[in-house]
Design a protein around this ligand. Structure first.
Ligand SMILES: NC(=O)c1ccc[n+]([C@@H]2O[C@H](COP(=O)([O-])OP(=O)(O)OC[C@H]3O[C@@H](n4cnc5c(N)ncnc54)[C@H](O)[C@@H]3O)[C@@H](O)[C@H]2O)c1
Length: 339
């Protein structure tokens, strides 16, 4: 069996998840090199992943490592130049979201993808690979709820992780670019259309540090779409019960809700506190399977010359919509979106 040789760049929170999947869970992929600017992460690559070909310089990895493809899981501001460098070096690319932190960067990545039609590029909007989201999308596309006219998307991080979010707030680009990008992508995906106008608000009640950093704790955005549909995105960082990702798609003939109760599993606990199901605790837990499925799709697309379900234009559009949402939140005015 032909195996795809992959080099990973970035072995932080999510990089470790992707690296373990490639190294241990995908039979037709091999993790042959790793790069990070953090020495401890390279030690992790050697001791936990058995990868001895490690680099602190990304361009050196591209030039020297025995790799067919790269998996980019670095800080968001690094993605676009790393995508371009990899494609120009003849490597297939899987990149984490967001594509870039501004539209100009995204356009640079788009140009690189267009320069190399012989290479595969895929962006990591993993919710599209979650079993329940896929199931819902198939139903919507088959017309099970008639014409979808509204998406309500909720994404609230756990209070348990709030200190990390506070530390990151100054450089996060604001709550909408930081958090809403997945929800924006889902709205586009379910509605098969693009946003043309947005109005957004933010508020902070629990942790004033967010305001002090120029950010907000909670954000709500309302969108108008080109096909006449609407969307509403609610993002936050202080869910006391766990990680709350929920999406509702409303159509002329029915509604589909995905993860209406963000349950950890099928266990129900009967005790003094009542009859309870526990909430899923974090993004790696909730989307564990989706991270694996999306990487399997990338490997399959490269080896069998297929086209991945998430492309570079999905990346540019979601970033552009995220920017417009941020402008609407900051100015308090509706903003037109020209994609
Ligand atoms: N799809 C999702 O659900 C999801 C979830 C979390 C994070 N992400 C995305 O994944 C990316 C990584 O997030 P994270 O939480 O793992 O961040 P992190 O800070 O934990 O890890 C990023 C790593 O990138 C490395 N790095 C940064 N610049 C580098 C460079 N120039 N060369 C080599 N290594 C470099 C750093 O060593 C760092 O360890 C971000 O873009 C983030 O938006 C996506």
């Amino acid at each position: 069996m032909k195996k795809l040789k992959i080099g990973i760049v970035g072995l932080g929170r999510l990089g470790k998840v992707h690296a373990k999947n490639i190294a241990y869970k995908i039979p037709n992929a091999e993790l042959t090199a790793a790069c990070s600017i953090v020495e401890a992460e390279l030690e992790f690559a050697k001791s936990e992943l058995g990868v001895t070909d490690v680099y602190t310089d990304y361009k050196e990895m591209l030039a020297k490592a025995d790799i067919d493809a790269v998996c980019i899981v670095t800080t968001s501001s690094e993605h676009c130049w790393q995508i371009e460098a990899a494609l120009d070096a003849g490597k297939h690319v899987f990149s984490e979201k967001p594509l870039g932190v501004d539209v100009a960067q995204c356009k640079q990545a788009e140009a690189a993808v267009e320069r190399h039609p012989e290479l595969t590029f895929m962006l990591g909007f993993m919710r599209r690979y979650d079993k329940s989201y896929l199931y819902a999308k198939n139903l919507v596309d088959k017309g099970a709820i008639g014409t979808p006219y509204l998406v309500k998307a909720t994404g609230i991080d756990p209070e348990a992780a709030v200190q990390g979010a506070i530390r990151f707030a100054k450089n996060s680009g604001g709550i909408f670019l930081d958090m809403a990008i997945h929800d924006i992508d889902l709205c586009r995906w379910f509605l098969n259309s693009d946003a043309t106008e947005v109005y957004a608000l933010g508020s902070t009640f629990k942790h004033p540090e967010f305001k002090e950093a120029g950010d907000d704790e909670t954000g709500v955005a309302v969108y108008k779409f080109a096909n006449g549909a609407m969307a509403m995105v609610h993002v936050g960082r202080t869910a006391p019960y766990g990680y709350h990702v929920e999406t509702e798609v409303v159509g002329t003939e029915g509604t589909i809700r995905i993860s209406a109760v963000p349950e950890k599993n099928l266990a129900t606990v009967y005790g003094p506190a009542g009859v309870c199901t526990e909430c899923v605790g974090s993004f790696p837990e909730r989307f564990e399977e989706a991270y694996l499925t999306e990487m399997e799709e990338f490997v399959d697309c490269v080896l069998n010359k297929k086209t991945p379900g998430v492309n570079v234009y999905d990346g540019t559009k979601s970033t552009a919509i995220g920017y417009a949402t941020t402008e609407a939140w900051k100015t308090g005015k509706p903003v037109k979106i020209n994609l």
